[in-house]
Structure formats: C-alpha cells, structure tokens
Design a protein around this ligand. Structure first.
Ligand code: NAD
Length: 331
C-alpha cells in the first residue's frame, strides 16, 4: 500500500524502512506534521501514518478521504489528536500501537523523578563549572515515601512496580482498578483524595475530555505541600498556569514533564536559533525545580522498533482485508 508518513524524522525512516523490508509497502516520508496546510501531500496515499502532534481533526480527515486515504495509522499509543467520530462517519479506519514498551515510558518517569528529587540537572551544570557546593541540592529518600499513580494501566503498573523496588507505598487512581496494582500492595483512592497523602504524583492516564486538566488549581491546593509531580502522559492533563502558581508558592516542590500542553508548537524540532514566544513555557523552564524533556519517554530502541513493526503490520492487515488487531473505534 502507498503510505504517507508525516512528522517523519531520521530515526522514523530508519526504523520504518527496516520494518518495511518484510512488509513491502510504499512509504513516502514528509518531515512536516499533518494539518490543513500539509494534508494535500497525502493525496493518493491509501494509508497515512501520523504521530502524537499531527492534527487529524474533522477538516483534515475530510480532505484525506477526498484524496483516497482509507486508513489512519498512529505510530503511538495516545489518540487524543484524532477525531474518531469524524473518522467513523467518513468510513476511515484508525489504528494505533496499543502496546510497545511500557518500560520505555515508565523508566523515563523514574529517570525524571530521580533527577528532579536529587537535582541532577543542577548538579550536572554546577560540576561542569567547577562548582562543587551542595547548597540547594538536597533531596529526600524515596524509601518509605508514598507515590500516587494516576492511571494504573500498562505504563502505570510498570512504574508502580519499580517504585515498590525503591520501598515506596502506592496509592492509585483509575476508572478500572487493576488487581495487578493491588497485588503490588497498592490501594485505590477516591478522586478527591488523590495526591492528599502523596509525596510523588505520576500521571499515566490518557488525555480525554474527562482527564483534561486533571491537575488544576484545586487539586494542587489539596496535594501534600512540596509534592513532586511527574507527567509522562499527555500535556493536557496538567493546567500549566496552575502548576506555575503552585511552584511559585511552594505548594508544588518540583515538576518534571516529558509532555506539555502546547508542545505541538515546540517539540520534535531544533528551535535553538529562534526565539521561543511561548511565555508560559519560558516561565516554566525558568524554575530551578522544573525539568522538561521533549516527549522522549517512548524513545528507546526496543520501543521504536516495535512501534514501526506494529504500524506496518496494521497496514498489512488492512491491505489484505484481515481484522485490525489495533483498531480504535469511536466511543
Ligand atoms: P493503558 O490504556 O494501558 O492505561 C491507561 C489507564 O488509564 C487505564 O488503566 C485506564 O483505565 C486509565 N484511565 C482512563 N481514563 C481514566 C480516568 N478518567 N481517570 C483515571 N484513569 C483513567 O495505557 P498506557 O499504555 O499505560 O499509556 C498511558 C498513557 O501514556 C497514554 O494514554 C499516552 O497518553 C501516554 N504515553 C506517553 C508516551 C510518551 O512518550 N511520553 C508514550 C506512550 C504513552
């Protein structure tokens, strides 16, 4: 099948080309993200392969359909950027990569937690400048602390398991409680109680209308003072301006983000020679107790290999009329 791959970086080409040696599709790569300005590039492609910040809204989907596209293949887990209702009414199938490596994201969440707690980002800069003073670098033992895991699905449970290894206590919140999480010693809290007793809160639920700004001024005010917040899930889960206020008044002790609400204007490109005009983001990164990585939690060899193979396997299933293992249907 002809597949137009949007937001394609060098590493996407490398891993998709490797996976395509056995799949044998015609892949055409575009560095641009998919949106209304670029959708015309996909004309004639039966499948379109997109990533986290490509915009598959109703207007874009209509144009894709008009150009002959029948399959939208997301090379990621989250699908908040696709209008599933519009896709269904246009007869477009949508697939994603349901399961690649929960370890990639969970381990990155742990890396962010360790870095923000032990101030590794500051220590790294200090020692490079021959500053070996310890003032301002004090952290706390993870052992014995309480971690709130919001979303105890595949990634949340791997994260929880690692935290048990550190000797942490687990509180969870999920619409569908997991016996596996409970077997780790975790217990579930009611929504109003989330974070009340937690020293660390880590977000692992999808972005939906229900979870949008699940971390906001009110929930932050009810959190334990000085708690650390880790978000490797989706930027829209956190009201960034409320988080900035909580950092300013010390209610939030530290914030480590791999995702950001307005990341589509920033992430996955080198902007080091331009002026970043997002004042909220600039304020955020000005705090010494904030770390931002640019949506790289998934970025391990194992994860990218599986993402590429699963994506092309879905395209092959579609091409041969087989059932789509990883189809997402409109709710
Ligand atoms: P999953 O489906 O296995 O788990 C998600 C969990 O969230 C489920 O248990 C579900 O019941 C729960 N949930 C759904 N709605 C909820 C709500 N309203 N409140 C509380 N819990 C709710 O998914 P996963 O593989 O663990 O991935 C989780 C998220 O991680 C994805 O949705 C995606 O946004 C994000 N992600 C980020 C990266 C990255 O590189 N930063 C990579 C992969 C996934």
């Amino acid at each position: 099948m002809k597949v137009s791959v949007f937001s394609a970086k060098r590493y996407d080409r490398e891993y998709l080309d490797a996976a395509n040696r056995s799949a044998g599709h015609q892949l055409k790569y575009f560095e641009d993200p998919l949106d209304l300005d670029t959708v015309a590039l996909a004309a004639g492609a039966e499948a379109v392969c997109i990533f986290v910040n490509d915009k598959a809204n109703a207007a874009v989907l209509e144009q894709l359909k008009a150009g002959g596209t029948r399959l939208i293949a997301l090379r990621c887990t989250g699908f908040n950027n696709v209008d599933l209702q519009a896709a269904a009414s246009l007869g477009l199938k949508v697939v994603r990569v349901t399961d690649y490596s929960p370890y990639s994201v969970a381990e990155h969440a742990v890396a962010l937690l360790l870095a923000i707690n032990r101030k590794i980002h500051r220590a790294y800069n200090r020692t490079r400048d021959s500053n070996f003073a310890l003032d301002g670098l004090m952290g706390f033992d993870l052992h014995g602390k309480t971690v709130a895991v919001i979303g105890t699905g595949k990634i949340g449970r791997v994260f929880a398991k690692i935290m048990v290894g550190f000797g942490c206590n687990l509180i969870g919140y999920d619409k569908f409680p997991s016996p596996e999480f409970e077997a780790l010693g975790g217990h579930y809290a009611v929504p109003g109680e989330i974070g009340k007793d937690a020293d660390i809160v880590s977000l692992h639920c999808p972005l939906t209308p229900e979870t949008h700004h699940i971390v906001n001024a009110e929930t932050l005010s009810r959190a334990k003072r000085g708690a650390l917040l880790i978000n490797t899930s989706r930027g829209g889960l956190v009201d960034t301006e409320a988080a900035i206020e909580a950092l300013k008044n010390g209610q939030l002790g530290g914030l480590a983000l791999d995702v950001y609400e307005q990341e589509s204007d920033l992430f996955f490109r080198d902007l080091s020679n331009t002026i970043v005009t997002d004042d909220v983001f600039q304020r955020l990164i000005s705090f010494p107790n904030v770390i931002v990585t640019g949506h790289q939690a998934f970025f391990t060899q194992e994860a990218v290999r599986t993402i590429s193979e699963t994506t092309l396997q879905s395209v092959s299933e579609f091409a041969s009329g087989r059932p789509l293992t990883n189809e997402i249907k409109a709710p």
